[in-house]
Design a protein around this ligand. Structure first.
Ligand code: HEC
Length: 126
């Protein structure tokens, strides 16, 4: 009986340390404070999507020879990868897609939720 309790305690200890360790992995506001509101009620390109793309993606995906031959310089560029599934596949690190931003940290879960909502809503511009 006592032996069982000790084993259980050890198991819990290991579980808690693992959880604590993994929580350091994504150092961003949403993941550190999951109770912070993630407002996905109305998501539009101009206010929600473009600032992220412009800051995280356009550096590689612009100019004469954009990475992966994918240009992300404006609304219609981004709609192309939204419609063909590559935007969500790459930012969610889904298998079968190249994880984006390449070599960088995964976008916050709130940002990803907003992108999902935007695609789901039919890529509204404003
Ligand atoms: C450091 C440069 C770099 C950044 C930053 C970057 N990409 Fe990429 N991206 C690439 C390269 C290079 C490829 C070609 C595939 C590969 O080499 O992984 C690519 C490919 C892609 C693809 C095609 C993936 C596939 O599996 O077909 C998509 C979609 C994409 N990027 C979207 C994005 C988005 C969205 C962002 C911002 C969140 C982003 N990229 C940021 C370099 C980058």
């Amino acid at each position: 009986m006592e032996h069982q309790t000790i084993k259980y305690g050890l198991f819990l200890g290991v579980l808690i340390s693992l959880l604590a360790l993994s929580s350091c992995y994504n150092d961003n506001y949403q993941d550190l404070y999951p109770s912070a509101p993630c407002d996905t009620t109305s998501v539009a390109f101009t206010n929600d999507v473009w600032p992220v793309i412009n800051a995280q993606c356009t550096g590689c995906h612009s100019g004469g020879t954009p990475s992966g031959n994918i240009r992300l310089e404006n609304y219609s560029d981004v709609v192309v990868i939204a419609k063909n599934g590559k935007l969500l596949g790459s930012i969610r690190f889904d298998s079968g897609f190249s994880p984006m931003p390449k070599g960088g940290a995964k976008l916050s879960s709130c940002t990803i939720a907003k992108m999902e909502k935007w695609v789901h809503d039919g890529t509204p511009k404003n």
